[in-house]
Every structure is written in C-alpha cells, then in structure tokens.
Ligand binder design. Structure first.
Ligand SMILES: Cc1cc2nc3c(=O)[nH]c(=O)nc-3n(C[C@H](O)[C@H](O)[C@H](O)COP(=O)(O)OP(=O)(O)OC[C@H]3O[C@@H](n4cnc5c(N)ncnc54)[C@H](O)[C@@H]3O)c2cc1C
Length: 130
C-alpha cells in the first residue's frame, strides 16, 4: 500500500493535519499512533486528566531536569500516548488569546512576516489588533 503522506503521531497536530489533508478525497494519508484508542472516561471529563498521568495512556518516561527553585527536585512531565495525544490527557482548559498579548509577544509575527489570511485568522480568533 502506498500513501501520499505518512503522519507519525495522532496527537493534536497530527489529527488536525490528517483531517485537513483528507478534505481532498484524492489525497491518501496514513496516520500512525504509538498509543491505544482513546476509551478512558477521564479523557472526556474536564479535570479528570490527573488520573491519566502515569497510566496506560501516558508515555511514563519524561522528567524535567533538576529545578533550582524547587530544591533541585525533578518534576514528572506527563505526555499523552493515545489517540489524540496530549489533547486526550490534558486539562481541557481554554483561554481565549488577546490580540494585545499576541502583539506584545511577537510584533514581527503579525506585522511583517505573515500572510494576510493568517492575520485575519488571528483577528477573528482574538479580536482586532490594536
Ligand atoms: C498534563 C497536560 C495538561 C495540559 N493541559 C492543557 C489544557 O488544559 N489546555 C490546553 O490548551 N493545552 C493543554 N496542554 C497542552 C496541549 O495538550 C499540548 O500542547 C498539545 O496537545 C500538544 O500537541 P502535539 O500535537 O504537539 O503533541 P501530542 O498531542 O502530544 O501528540 C503527539 C502524539 O505523537 C505520538 N507519538 C510520539 N512518538 C511517536 C512514534 N514514534 N510513533 C507513533 N506515535 C508517536 C504520541 O503518542 C502522541 O499521541 C496540556 C498538556 C499536558 C501534558
């Protein structure tokens, strides 16, 4: 079997990419995911994500470096290993971005190096840039 595109990782980005590419029925996509199908109840309960850390839908292998401001403790860093990736194991928090913050973070992003369609997208999502 052959495919036009092979996407490794069916997390947030991989799923969006596969979805967008397959909007064209002529394009074939193979989406590979290391983790299982998403069947855990906690993946659809906001705030249920803490029960998913170090579970069968977590990579169970990532730690930070020693953190000097935390008495050099290393912190466990969960990463989703499941269809949906971290978007299946996250907190489901949603914060609407503010155009002013975007401008502060990256004025060049919006002023110089972006296409008009991206600027429009940012404005639709966040309100007009001032
Ligand atoms: C604990 C936690 C809480 C969070 N809470 C929020 C929140 O409340 N709100 C919010 O907006 N964001 C939140 N985030 C952030 C958000 O979920 C992530 O930024 C986003 O999901 C990352 O998307 P991604 O596509 O880059 O990676 P992922 O979604 O992690 O996708 C990567 C995928 O690739 C797969 N993969 C990796 N290697 C391979 C391989 N070799 N072969 C096959 N598959 C592979 C993984 O299993 C995974 O499914 C949270 C993140 C975490 C970890």
């Amino acid at each position: 079997m052959t495919f036009d595109y092979i996407i490794v990782g069916a997390g947030s980005a991989g799923c969006v990419l596969a979805n967008r590419l397959t909007e064209n029925p002529a394009i074939t996509v193979l989406l590979l995911e290391a983790g299982p199908k998403n069947t855990k109840l906690e993946t659809i309960i906001p705030g249920g994500y803490m029960k998913l850390h170090r579970s069968s839908v977590d990579w169970n292998c990532y730690w930070t470096t020693p953190q000097p401001f935390l008495q050099n403790r290393k912190l466990y860093h969960p990463r989703g290993k499941v269809l949906g990736g971290c978007s299946a194991t996250n907190a489901m928090a949603y914060v609407r971005g503010h155009a002013g913050v975007m401008m502060t973070c990256s004025p060049t992003l919006l002023n110089q190096s972006t296409t008009n369609s991206f600027k429009t997208h940012i404005m639709v999502k966040t309100g007009p840039c001032t």
